[in-house]
Each structure stands twice: as C-alpha cells, then as structure tokens.
Design a protein around this ligand. Structure first.
Ligand code: ATP
Ligand code: MG
Length: 198
C-alpha cells in the first residue's frame, strides 16, 4: 500500500473446532484488503460462553495451528490463550498492537453474528481506535453496520459456508462425519484427543 504500513488481519474465535467457514472468511478478506498476514487468535476463556463447556485452550490452539499450517500468510497467536481471565477483544488488540508496533494497520475480521453484538463488548471506543473492523457474511445472519460508528467497519461478502463449530461438535457427539467441514488434520486431531464425545 502507498504508506508502506504492514496490513495485518486478526481473526478471533473460540475455534472449538476451527472449520472452513473461518478459513474462507480469512482468505477472502486477506485478498480483498491486501493483507500481508492473518493472525488467528483462539480465545482463552470466552466471556460470552462462560456457562457453556469449552474444550481446553491448548486443544483449540493446536487445532488452529494444524488448520493454518499450510498457508504461509496465516499465523496463530497465543496472546489470548496465555492471558489470565476472560478474553476481551480490546485486550487482544492492545497485545497485537504492542507486538506489531505503531506502523502496522490492524483489521479485525468478524462474522455477521458477532458484529451484531459488538456494542456489548468491553471498551468498544478503544477497539475501534486500535483496528478497522471487517464484518463478513454468514448464512442465517443479517450483515449490518447501521448500529456502528461511520468508518469503523467495512462489510464484505464471502462465499457462504453454512458451518458452525456447534454443529461440528454435535456431529462428532452423534457419530456423524465432519470430513470436509473442517480440515483433514482437524478431523484426525478430534479423533486422537477424543474431543466432543459425550
Ligand atoms: P460456535 O458455534 O461454537 O459459536 P462458530 O462456528 O460461531 O462456533 P466462533 O469461533 O464462535 O465459531 O467464531 C469465530 C468468528 O468466526 C466469529 O466472528 C464468527 O462470526 C465467524 N464465523 C464463524 N463461522 C462462520 C461462517 N460459517 N461464515 C462466516 N463467519 C463465520
Ligand atoms: Mg460463534
């Protein structure tokens, strides 16, 4: 880009497990916005999911590493996994801003369902100062930035992947396949660690 600043995408998520909806969204936004890298950041303890059982952070982190290993522009950060307490996106952005320095532009990628609830997140004003937000389409959810400040958010249409981690977990628990919903290595990791078997 003209100012030479590095452009880094950030894809936050519980990734329990990571699936092709996450990967397509990241790839598509990287292409559209000319991103140098996309950093996937698995949450530590997600504050919105405190009453739902979530797999150990280390398993979610490793599945994210396995899923992104083949793409030279995809990275995985331990920032949220290694921070104590519930994960808030504003802390993720502060940590990555400190790591990448002031000459980097940060783009936080979020699906339509998460974008819809973003004003309930902590310190939203600071969040919007730290990064530009990119809302992506997701089947079953309406994509809108009408509730958000002008210029804080861009909206991007991505190939529709009707996949959710909730559905992947339910499939494994019911003995149904998750092949082609998640990367092959993630299918094998789930089996090896016997995740989602009630
Ligand atoms: P769960 O069902 O456990 O909530 P999930 O499939 O929603 O899992 P998350 O880890 O909660 O996955 O989502 C991380 C981010 O990825 C969120 O911003 C979410 O909106 C986005 N996302 C998840 N699935 C898709 C999809 N199929 N298409 C586009 N965006 C998605
Ligand atoms: Mg979700």
């Amino acid at each position: 880009m003209a100012d030479g600043a590095r452009r880094i995408g950030i894809m936050g998520g519980t990734f329990d497990p990571i699936h092709h909806g996450h990967l397509v969204a990241a790839s598509e936004v990287a292409d559209r916005f000319g991103l140098d890298e996309v950093v996937f950041v698995p949450t530590g303890q997600p504050w919105q999911k405190e009453d739902v059982p979530v797999s150990p952070a280390e398993d979610r982190y490793l599945m994210t590493v396995v899923a992104t290993a083949s793409n030279p522009r995809f990275q995985v950060s331990r920032a949220d996994v290694d921070r104590d307490g519930p994960t808030y996106t504003v802390d993720t952005l502060r940590d990555l801003r400190a790591e990448y320095g002031p000459d980097t532009r940060l783009f936080f990628i979020t699906g339509a369902d998460a974008l819809d609830k973003i004003l309930s997140w902590k310190d939203t004003d600071q969040m919007f100062e730290l990064a530009h937000f990119i809302g992506v389409t997701r089947p079953g959810f309406e994509l809108s930035a009408a509730h958000l400040p002008d210029d804080a958010v861009s909206l991007v249409r991505v190939p529709a992947m009707a996949i959710s981690s909730t559905d992947c977990r339910a499939r494994v628990a019911a003995g149904k396949p998750v092949w082609y919903l998640v990367p092959d290595g993630v299918v094998q990791y789930i089996a090896k660690r016997r995740l989602y078997q009630t």
